[in-house]
Design a protein around this ligand. Structure first.
Ligand code: NAD
Length: 289
């Protein structure tokens, strides 16, 4: 069997077209969508990700402020920065980048991002609303995995989908998004026994563990669809996913690659959400659009 590659670029292009439509709708209103990225780390992969957000923002005509408090920032400094952004009416979206300095209460800080500006779904309230079926932003990476599955018309309703990983940024929100699409969802994690018994029984497997080579073809049902969310760096310094590509390709019907899969969609989704949040704010203020 030859696998279809579920590449992210066509998905990202559609999202960018939607963002362009929002920007056009905002022209002449005096409102420019603005995203603020708060960080307090010198982590290299965070710096790489923030640069890609800044680049995508420039391409999308979204203003982007990077509030870099440095790796020594205190919880108090982060709190002050987030409170100021929460009150700033010119800011439509706020991202709090991880990792945060040791000893800082990440959940308490994320809770300072008002749900309507929480475009990365970091506030625990956003995940709660999602679980309750109320409007909320899901963590961007989780939503990006859904965007890829939906773009390639992978059936979800009634299907058994296994998600490997239970973090706040991928596994938990993704399970909610899949349930909302009527999938039968199994969430696996580092303490799951007999992982293959779950993956082999699934028509779709999403892996987000951060463990290179974790998912091999031997753990899959013939003809299943695999979405690889993992990002790892191999000995040669190359970006690789959680999927053991050589053994998965002959078994899976389709596979999202790393790089070039889910990660490609994420920054475009952030721009779409920021532009949509700006439009929503304008509509809520009663100003004609
Ligand atoms: P995390 O470390 O917070 O969570 C990892 C999860 O995987 C945990 O729930 C853990 O229980 C589970 N896990 C670990 N080892 C396992 C094993 N052997 N078997 C089964 N489950 C196992 O990581 P995260 O923030 O959720 O990120 C997961 C991966 O996704 C990482 O590789 C990360 O770099 C990547 N990621 C990619 C994007 C993107 O845009 N492409 C964005 C965010 C995260």
């Amino acid at each position: 069997m030859s696998s279809q590659l579920l590449t992210g670029l066509p998905v990202a292009k559609n999202l960018r077209a939607d963002t362009a439509r929002n920007i056009k709708a905002l022209s002449g209103t005096g409102v420019v969508p603005k995203l603020a990225v708060v960080l307090a780390t010198d982590n290299e992969s965070t710096a790489w990700y923030v640069r890609s957000i800044v680049r995508q923002a420039a391409e999308s005509a979204v203003h982007c402020d990077v509030v870099d408090l440095g790796p020594q920032a205190s919880g108090w400094q982060l709190q002050e920065a987030l409170q100021a952004l929460a009150e700033d009416r010119a800011v439509h979206g706020i991202i709090l980048q991880t990792p945060l300095p040791a000893g800082v209460d990440a959940a308490a800080l994320a809770a300072l991002i008002p749900p309507h500006k929480d475009i990365d779904g970091a506030n625990p309230e956003s995940l709660g609303r999602l679980a309750a079926g109320l409007p909320a932003y899901a963590a961007t990476t989780a939503q990006a995995a859904i965007e890829v599955l939906e773009h390639y018309q992978v059936p979800l309703a009634g299907e058994h989908v296994t998600v490997i990983g239970r973090s706040m940024v991928v596994g938990k929100p993704l399970a909610q998004l899949l349930l909302a699409r009527d999938a039968t969802v199994t969430t696996c994690h580092s303490r799951t026994k007999a992982l293959a018994s779950h993956t082999k029984a699934s028509s779709v497997v999403v892996v987000a563990a951060g463990k290179a080579g974790l998912l091999t073809g031997a753990e899959l049902h013939e003809g299943s669809v695999v979405v690889d969310v993992g990002t790892n760096v191999d000995e040669a310094g190359r970006l690789i996913g959680d999927v053991h590509t050589e053994s998965v390709l002959p078994v899976a019907r389709a596979l999202s690659p790393v790089p070039g899969g889910v990660g490609t969609v994420t920054t475009s989704l952030l721009m779409l959400r920021t532009s949509q949040a700006a439009l929503d704010t304008l509509v809520a203020s009663g100003q004609p659009v």
